[in-house]
Design a binder for this molecule. Structure first.
Ligand code: ARG
Length: 272
């Protein structure tokens, strides 16, 4: 398995943005030829020899720290792309907001974003998505035995949401009278459920099912059929890389590598 470095979270986003833009203008991107069958299309990488991924940790089992490494389903999928390009993956941990708005990609902070991110029409205006690689839906998590089994049951109660996510949007749209409390990441969100700081929380089913599997005092109490699909994002117009991702995921689905990864990270899930 390839070595992965996690870069520290970059706090001065605006400064970095301006600086990176300048560097890109004056020096251009470094580039690498693709080895695939794509007919010689050129893929530019922000750092030579690396496929740099923006993500927001933790989002187990899609991306999370295990010892000094970042591992997960998304990490393994992107590793397949990196392998095909004969480079190694480097992961940048950065707030979800900058990922989903396309800001990080535009700033050249990374080549792609893989963050269990749902394909939405709004996001598509600001970045380009690969084809769907995973299905998801919103779900509710609460303490085991709690009465919060729907948004209606949470009227006048506190519902934790993760900032900038589809779960937040869904709760605000469909949870009339529910008080939403915003959290920066899913670790803080789920801790708030455990400690009773919020009565329940909304997030993607895959992440919540993994959490309840390891935290028997919590339960998934509802699933909302939001029919979401995850995509890997690239900067708007980075068609060469987007096509390469699609080509690799398609091949992995066809030859069993995708299924093997699915089994590895979702051992309890029924076969897709
Ligand atoms: N699927 C949801 C969305 O796209 C949540 C993604 C959060 N991902 C993360 N790595 N924190 O809004």
């Amino acid at each position: 398995m390839s070595a992965r470095t996690v870069l520290p979270l970059v706090k001065t986003v605006t400064t970095v943005t301006a600086l990176t833009a300048l560097v890109l203008v004056t020096t251009g991107c470094t580039s690498t030829k693709t080895a695939g069958s794509g007919g010689g299309s050129q893929i530019s990488l922000v750092t030579e020899g690396k496929l740099t991924t923006c993500t927001h940790l933790p989002y187990e089992p899609f991306q999370f720290r295990k010892g000094n490494e970042v591992v997960g389903f998304d990490v393994d999928i992107v590793d397949l792309v990196a392998k095909d390009l004969k480079v190694t993956q480097e992961i940048v941990d950065t707030p979800f907001e900058g990922i989903q708005t396309g800001e990080d990609l535009n700033a050249g902070k990374c080549d792609l974003a893989a963050a269990g991110m749902t394909i939405t029409p709004v996001r598509e205006q600001n970045l380009d998505f690969s084809g769907p690689y995973f299905d998801a839906t919103q779900a509710l998590i609460a303490k085991k035995g709690s009465p919060y089994i729907s948004l209606a049951s949470l009227k006048g109660k506190k519902l934790g949401v993760q900032q900038g996510t589809t779960g937040e949007t869904y709760a605000k749209k469909n949870g009339a009278g529910v008080e939403t409390v915003q959290f920066e990441d899913v670790a803080l969100l789920l801790t708030a459920v455990k400690t009773g700081q919020v009565d329940a929380a909304i997030n993607d089913n895959g992440v919540l099912f993994e959490y309840v599997r390891k935290n028997a005092d919590t339960a998934v109490t509802a699933e909302f059929d939001t029919g979401e699909k995850y995509g890997i994002a690239v900067r708007t117009g980075n068609t060469a890389l987007r096509k390469k991702i699609d080509e690799v995921v398609k091949a992995a689905r066809a030859d069993g590598r995708y299924d093997a990864l699915y089994k590895k990270w979702f051992p309890a899930a029924p076969k897709k």
